[in-house]
Design a protein around this ligand. Structure first.
Ligand code: X2X
Length: 330
């Protein structure tokens, strides 16, 4: 094989095997930044897959919205142009599978133990079944997107009153809009790839995200205050285009799913560690933190009928499964 520069592949240090095109190439796409632990662990999975299959299987990792916004990527994974897509069940995936957002209800998870007991347990299984109905196949393990906090450029948020009428970006999902409307804010649904510029140009004054995203997506550069509200927890399903996935031989499915699930478990550890260390790092970058009492926020959701109206939408069956691990909600 010769390159366009007229050098042989071996002269460049590649073995012929490496230079040969892989027999199976899978596109794995998502919205997170290059330095986010999800991207780091996804690239590790790709390297292990290449090694274990001697280059026969290639996992092509496209982070940072390289293949488009979440809305675009969802269309592409449905059509088969993307093979594997990481998306939150509360985000655009919920436009197709509304009940996939149930784990995003405000203030339901006290800690990571409860989170994983719920999502690796009965609720996770029930949500996988709903996602399969739209011909997307979820890999077994979810990837952590962290507990979320509110950042603003204008003023610290200490109580729901500080959110009154505030223009705040939320991802594209009905639960997010509903929650922030119930808090009294003016939420705008904006895809993650447009978040930085929406904050920079003051289309919105605030947003809410994990500390990992506030750091790796450089949100800290365009925000001043961060209220540690932990108002909800989020994670990603890794969904495969069903037709593409089923066309792969069983041994290829095995090596890909095993390594992707392992990467998800590794990434969960990274996120748990980062949730403890990033406050200091971001404070040094100039972000001003405050720790509000969260009870008035919870009360606002209860008084606004947030839980009872979503209970009706999700239905009694899913609601009962959720309450088994998180306790009574209404
Ligand atoms: O869009 C966001 O804020 C992000 C990256 O956290 C999600 O995908 C939900």
């Amino acid at each position: 094989m010769t390159t366009t520069l007229g050098l042989s592949a071996t002269a460049l240090g590649f073995s012929m095997k490496r230079a040969a095109a892989a027999e199976y190439s899978l596109k794995f796409a998502f919205n997170l930044a290059e330095t986010h632990p999800i991207t780091v662990r996804a690239r590790e999975a790709a390297a292990r897959i290449q090694q274990e299959t001697n280059g026969r299987v290639e996992l092509q990792v496209y982070p940072n919205n390289q293949l488009g916004s979440d809305t675009d990527m969802l269309s592409q994974v449905r059509a088969g142009g993307i093979d594997l897509f990481l998306n939150s069940g509360i985000n655009v995936l919920s436009t197709m599978v509304p009940s996939a957002s149930i784990y995003g209800l405000g203030f339901i998870f006290p800690d990571y133990d409860t989170v994983w007991k719920t999502m690796d347990g009965e609720l996770g299984v029930a949500l996988h079944k709903l996602i399969e109905k739209v011909n997307l196949l979820p890999m077994e393990k979810m990837w952590d997107n962290g507990f979320r906090h509110i950042t603003t450029s204008t003023h610290p948020v200490n109580s729901p009153a500080d959110l009154a009428g505030m223009k705040i970006r939320v991802p594209v999902g009905a639960l997010w809009t509903s929650m922030f409307q119930t808090f009294g804010a003016a939420p705008a649904s904006i895809n993650f790839n447009e978040l930085y510029s929406a904050l920079q140009t003051k289309v919105v004054d605030g947003q809410e995200n994990s500390l990992a995203n506030i750091k790796t997506a450089n949100i800290v550069e365009v925000q001043k205050y961060c209220a540690l509200t932990r108002h909800m927890w989020d994670a990603f399903f890794c969904v495969a285009n069903k037709r593409n996935w089923e066309s792969l031989p069983a041994d290829v499915q095995d090596v890909v799913s095993r390594n992707i699930n392992q990467a998800a478990l590794d990434e969960r550890q990274d996120m748990a560690k980062l949730s403890e260390s990033l406050e200091d790092v971001l404070a040094k970058q100039g972000l001003v933190f405050n720790q509000p009492d969260t009870e008035p926020f919870r009360q606002k959701l209860r008084d606004g009928g947030f839980y009872t109206s979503w209970r009706e939408k999700y239905g009694e069956e899913l609601w009962a499964i959720l309450e088994k691990t998180v306790g009574k909600l209404t």
